[in-house]
Design a protein around this ligand. Sequence first.
Ligand code: NAD
Length: 457
Amino acid sequence: MVKSRAAAVQELRERFAAGQTRPAEWRAAQLRGVLRMATEMEAEICDALHADLGKPKTEAHVHELSLIKSSCLFALKNLKKWMKPQKVPAKLMNFPSTARITPEPLGLVLVISAWNYPLLLSLDPVIGAIAAGNAVALKPSEGAPAMSSLLAELLPRFVDGTCIKVIEGGVKETTALLNHKWDKIFYTGNSRVGRVVMAAAAKHLTPVVLELGGKCPVVVDSNVDLHIAAKRIAAGKWGCNNGQACIAPDFIITTQAFAPKLLESLKKVLEKFYGKDPLLSADLSRVVNASHFGRLKGLMDEEMVSDKIVFGGHRDEQQLKIAPTIFLDVPLDSAIMKEEIFGPLLPIITVDKIHESFGLINSMAKPLAAYLFTRDSELQNQFEGAISAGGMLFNDTSIHLTNPYLPFGGVGESGTGSYHGKFSFDAFSHRKAVMNRGFAGEARARYPPYSAPRLKI
Ligand code: NAD
């Protein structure tokens, strides 16, 4: 096994060195292969997502399959343009010369992905790596075993398996992979392991993209369409893998005066979405495994928060299901307000004035996404200026990730680097600075002896 892993990495290196991954035709053929896989294997992919997460079919289509298809189509449409060297101005002091920035593939890239969107988070970076002309090793998450083995089986049937390989495994295998020298490592997961990845990469001076998580705040002002706000918060939280999403709303901040109205509206929406007994709903994903279930149970049962539940709270350990659960005014030093929740629990924190939310958010680690619901454009401007976050969205949750013209990535504790659309191509390319001079334009002063500037040499 160890030998075959090393042999796989060696083959990738040789194929890249032979130039196999560079031509635009090769890149386009692989992108079409991924697109074909996502189209022809929809049923198998939906089954794997259901086996791993109980993911509803609609979510599998909308949040994973369709995003992969549109990433392929977008890359195919723009590939030639992205690959083209970009002319830049030349300075008079370099006369005569021309200058350009030529994107070149980095070489061998390792993509390590996470379990919560196991198709999307595996293939989306791979699409960028292929478009940029790299050889790729994909290490899917062992936390979504059905998708991991499906990708290992399917991908070689649809793409060039000598240059794009799936290498399965858990911590031991990933640790072994990290010992190899890569030209880029793209990691999605928690920030503890992000540090492990970065330390391993540092040994080889390998650049990294770290797509991490954090606590995404949702600030809700009173100047909103309350029903729409509640629907969009619920869709971004429970409608995205039952809260197991990196950009899911982690907690709400609103004013004391507005909290009861917001809570009532959220309750109404949740009952409409998932019925009187959400544990029976087929439209809610389950918790991924017993270990995460135990972690979430621990957050719910902590003494200082267990009596703050104002909606939900039901769970079924056998089926690993937890109903949408809302807490009101939990202490800021409770575990639920200190850790990323990554599940169906949603605390509401109240403040006197909505502007107090700024200080609260800024006292915490920089989030992957920050949301504000308000019609007040002045408040929006202030929020945008005051809050540092990977991304920001006004009057909705999560959907900024579907715009390929926006970079997707974190800042500070929520990650480094970004991808999606052209940003994916750039994440896996080196921008080579190229200057071309003729033989005219000699300046005598450039050459020694500097003390005799008029001497002809
Ligand atoms: P996970 O358990 O699937 O781990 C991620 C990857 O890290 C896996 O491939 C796993 O094999 C590998 N890994 C785990 N321990 C390792 C170790 N000690 N050494 C080397 N590799 C190791 O996923 P997770 O970490 O539970 O994912 C959830 C976290 O990821 C959350 O914090 C979430 O916010 C974040 N996330 C971020 C994004 C994003 O795009 N920014 C997307 C999804 C999830």
